[in-house]
Structure formats: C-alpha cells, structure tokens
Design a protein around this ligand. Structure first.
Ligand code: TNX
Length: 555
C-alpha cells in the first residue's frame, strides 16, 4: 500500500516537468489576433478546414455573418463552405447566444470538429467571425486545406467609437480604394469611417440642388489645381454606405464650415465670406441669411445619403481665413446688431444656426474641438479633440459635458511621419507618430480627467492628405499603424502589452506582403523606402513647419 502510494507520487513528480514541457511547447503557439481579445486561450488541438467543412446557422441573426464568412474564406483561401441544415461534424456553427452576452460581445469556441460563434446580436456575430477570419488568414493554405489552431475566445470592445478619418478633398482616392480601406477597418474591428469630403482644394460630394459644387468645386487637388473634377456621385455614396454597413461600419460625412470652404466658394461665390491673404475665399458668409438656406439645403441632401444621423460640420481653424469678416459690411452690421465682442462670437452664432438645422433633422452635431467654447447642446454634440498641445480644451470639453472622441495630432494624425528619418509628412516641433506611440494611447493622465470614463466615446486616427497623393503612399501611412489604433481602441489597457503585440504584428506584416500592400516595416525600416510620390516636400504647405509655426502663433 505504502509502495503504491509512493509510486503514484513518483508518477506525479514526473508528470510535473512533462506537463511543464508540453505547456511550454504549446505556449509558443501565439495568437495572431489584432486587436487582442479580452480572453483567448489555446485549446491544444486543430480544426481541419476544407471543402468538407460546412456552416450551420442556428439562429437567423447569424445569417449575414455566415455569408460574410463564406465569401471571405473563398476569397482568401479558395475553400468553398456550404451552408447546411444538417451536418454532424467539421462544422462552423453560428448560433444565438445565451443571455449573458450583451451588445457587441461574442465568443468563439473551437475544437477539433466544431467551431462555434456565439453572440447576442448581428454585430457581435460579425465581430466573432472577423476573429475567425484573422485566424484563417494567418494559417497557410495547402491544397485548399487549412490546419487551424483552436482557441477559445471571449471578447468585447473597450470603446464604441473606433474610428478612422480619410481626407479626400486634398487628394481623391476613389471608390475602390475606400472599399479596400473599409475591408481593412472591418478586419481590425474599427467601426466608424469619418469621411472628410470638403475643404480648400476640392468639394467631393454631389449635391443635386447645387451641381456646380462638384462640377466646379470638384476641380483640382492639393498637388494640381487644374486636375479634372473628381467627386462621388450620390449613387457612389450610397454604394459606399452599403458596403460599410455590411461590415458594421458607420459612415460619418464631414462638410466643413464656416472655414475650409474655398472649393464651395469657387462654385457659388455669392455665399463666400472671403478669406485672408494666405487663405483666400476661405469662409462662408455668416451674416447672409441666404448662406444658411444654402447650407441647410446641402445638409438635407447629405442627411438623406448617410443613415448615421450624424453630420460632422468641421468648425476648425476659422481664424486662418476670416480676416475679411472685419471689413465685410454685412458681418460688421451683424456684429453691431448682436453686440458681439469679437469674431469668435460670430463663429458661435454661425454654429448655433447650423446646429439648429441638424437638430431639426434629428441629427447629432459633430465638430472639431474649436467648438468647446460654444453653447452647442452638450447631449447632442460630440467634440473631436485634435489639438494635442491643448489638453485644457479636452478637459473643458469633458467638464462641460460634451461627448468626446480623442484624435490628437500626436499620436493619432497619420499624416505625421512614423520614423524620424522620414520627411514626407508632418512633424510637430520635432515630434512624430511612431507606431509605439499609437499603441500607448490613450495615456493614463487623460483617462483620469474628470468625466473621462463617462464621456470619452473612443479614439480615431485622421489621415489628412496634403502630402499623400498616391494609393501606395496612403498605404505606407496607414499600415501598420492601423493595427495599433485598433488595439488601443478595442483592448482593455490592462491586457495591452507592446512586446506581445509586436509578435502578432509580424504575422500581419506577412499578410500585407502577400496582398501587395506598400507598408512601413517598423522592424526593418529600410525594407520599403518612404514613398516618393509626385508631391514634393516644398508643396506640402500645411504639413510643413511653416504652418506649424503659424498655427502655434495663432492659437
Ligand atoms: C489640421 S485637424 C487640420 C487639417 C489639416 C491637418 C494637417 C483639423 C481639424 N484641421 O485641415 O489637414 O491639420 O495635419
């Protein structure tokens, strides 16, 4: 008896190192998933995905996700998955959740003969499916077969606003590129596409009531003022909105006002409020009633095209080009009548009137952080904090009770360079945007501001395109920083770990290489050179230190 006991003891003793050893082996299998899920554990087994596998939909809310999975698996692996009513083995179930899964949370449970996606709603199913697709795209395909490592995943997002903004006024990229970006956004669980469609060089959205906005205002771009008109027709817009919606991405248009209006003013000069020497015809006229009718008509069309019930009305940098307001008889008359102290009050008057238009259409008001000092209704307004050097504006936004999205230049402007040696793109007093700084955002000080927990909706990266004129350069600025953005927006800070992320990132760089993307490789900066497109440094006015200084003086 005694002997038996001690034998058992020896066996146990032997098992400890054996287990430790096998555990160490398994531990080397690293999850490739970005953004990192809340919980993910390796199941020490594999699922063979092939044409013999099938999908079974156990609840109607999983239907769209199942179709997305089918088509994406075909696209990326060549494997054809059928949807079957009765299949017993080697099956992917998309099934309704047990009640405990709320909102966008999902579970992905994998074993050698079945994979189950559980969620409470359509979006949750989609997000779970995306995690599975990341596993698929990180697994080699041999003869239409994949040996998928199995994981149990339980996941939900940190923030509801996981955004990316693209400026297509400065340079126009077009539908196909935008769809490509939406695909990558979906792959990284980003869910808000902020579309900057109007600015100085070009107006890019068709408005039926005012056709000259695109026919005239669409001419030119930042590199070439005479480039033929480029813009999105209303049909194009609907196509993009639909494409995004299939990926659970909401599209938010930005119609910038009262500044950055130069292109519109080329088309309809009667609504111009003039500009400054450096920024001619930069503003809409805030003292002309007809301007409000005109802009309201425009926003009414925009509202129809975008189901998000949110319109971003810019409101940034008005002081760059409102000097003419000092001389304009109508503006001066308005100032006297209303007893305004300065042009800032004129700006607020303009904003309040445009906010009325949006609120009447049941739209939310979105604007850059210049509106923090205004009296816009806090519960209906979201402020985009972008001036990283003005943390007080962020504090004020939160203090006043504005919903707030964080998108500070440093580190969330993707038109800033990502390597000190790079020169095509912005820097701010020597500061730039390496991937690690994106990963480490938001910093603790910000998260501890009063009301931060309640009012910060999420984070967003902005890609301004003064210096970005080609698809390849766009890719270079976006990849791989988009992965750090995604993890910062999705993953709880306590689960973030830069060196673990770097391991996963390497796997994603391989996907980019396979897809032929022109990406920046932070592990091997010389791999692809900074892209030297047609825009030279001397042409990048708003990106240069010259503007930086001006901005600093003005603010
Ligand atoms: C500031 S961010 C701008 C843009 C420029 C960008 C360049 C903001 C609200 N305005 O008009 O494109 O800097 O980095």
């Amino acid at each position: 008896m005694k002997n038996l006991k001690s034998n058992k003891f020896v066996v146990r003793l032997l098992m400890v190192p054996m287990l430790m050893f096998s555990h160490a082996l398994w531990a080397q299998v690293q999850s490739p998933v970005i953004p990192k899920p809340q919980e993910i554990a390796f199941k020490q087994t594999y699922f063979n995905l092939s044409n013999e596998s099938a999908i079974q939909i156990r609840h109607v809310v999983g239907q769209k996700a199942a179709y997305y999975l089918q088509t994406k698996i075909l696209k990326h692996t060549g494997v054809t998955l059928e949807i079957k009513k009765n299949a017993v083995t080697n099956i992917i179930y998309v099934q309704a959740s047990s009640k405990e899964l709320k909102g966008n949370s999902y579970q992905l449970l994998m074993s050698a003969n079945q994979i189950t996606v559980k969620a409470a709603d359509e979006e949750g199913f989609f997000l779970g499916t995306v995690t599975l697709l990341q596993l698929v795209r990180n697994t080699p395909v041999i003869d239409q077969k994949l040996k998928l490592a199995c994981w149990d995943v339980s996941d939900k997002p940190l923030y509801g606003w996981r955004g990316f903004m693209l400026d297509e006024s400065r340079h126009f990229f077009g539908k196909e590129k935008v769809k490509d970006i939406l695909d990558w956004m979906a792959f990284y669980k980003l869910n808000k596409f902020h579309w900057h469609l109007t600015d100085q060089p070009g107006w890019r959205i068709e408005i039926r009531k005012y056709p000259r906005l695109t026919l005239v205002g669409g001419i030119g771009n930042y590199s070439d003022p005479l480039a033929p008109a480029q813009y999105y027709t209303q049909e194009d817009i609907k196509e993009i909105v639909r494409y995004a919606a299939e990926r659970y991405i909401e599209v938010i248009p930005e119609i910038d006002m009262p500044g950055h209006a130069t292109a519109a003013n080329m088309a309809y000069p009667q609504f111009s409020g003039g500009g400054s020497e450096k920024y001619p015809e930069f503003t809409f006229n805030p003292a002309n009633d007809a301007t409000y009718q005109y802009l309201t008509d425009i926003l009414k069309e925009v509202n129809v095209l975008f189901p998000s019930q949110k319109i971003h009305i810019g409101a940034d940098e008005v002081h760059f080009g409102n000097q003419h307001w000092h001389k304009d008889v109508y503006v001066q008359k308005l100032v006297k009548e209303k007893g305004f102290k300065d042009l800032k009050e004129v700006e607020h008057y303009f904003l309040n009137r445009m906010a009325d238009t949006l609120l009447k259409m049941d739209n939310e008001i979105l604007a850059w952080d210049e509106v923090v000092g205004s009296s816009l209704p806090t519960e209906k307004t979201t402020v985009f904090w972008w001036r990283h050097d003005k943390k007080d504006e962020l504090k004020k936004s939160l203090k006043k009770g504005f919903k707030t999205v964080l998108c500070p230049r440093l580190p969330l402007y993707f038109d800033f360079v990502q390597n000190d040696k790079h020169s095509i793109g912005r820097k701010w007093a020597g500061g730039y945007v390496p991937i690690e700084s994106v990963y480490n955002f938001p910093t603790e000080d910000i998260l501890n501001y009063p009301n931060a927990g309640k009012l910060i909706q999420g984070i967003q990266a902005n890609l301004w395109t003064e210096a970005v004129s080609t698809e390849q350069h766009l890719e270079y600025m976006l990849f791989p920083r988009i992965t750090a953005l995604a993890e910062s927006a999705w993953t709880q800070p306590q689960h973030k770990d830069y060196s673990d992320y770097q391991g996963r990132l390497k796997k994603h760089l391989s996907i980019y290489a396979k897809e032929g993307l022109y990406y920046y490789d932070p592990f091997n900066p010389e791999k692809y050179n900074e892209f030297l497109g047609p825009v030279q440094r001397s042409q990048m006015t708003p990106g240069t230190d010259e503007l930086t200084k001006q901005e600093m003086n003005n603010k």
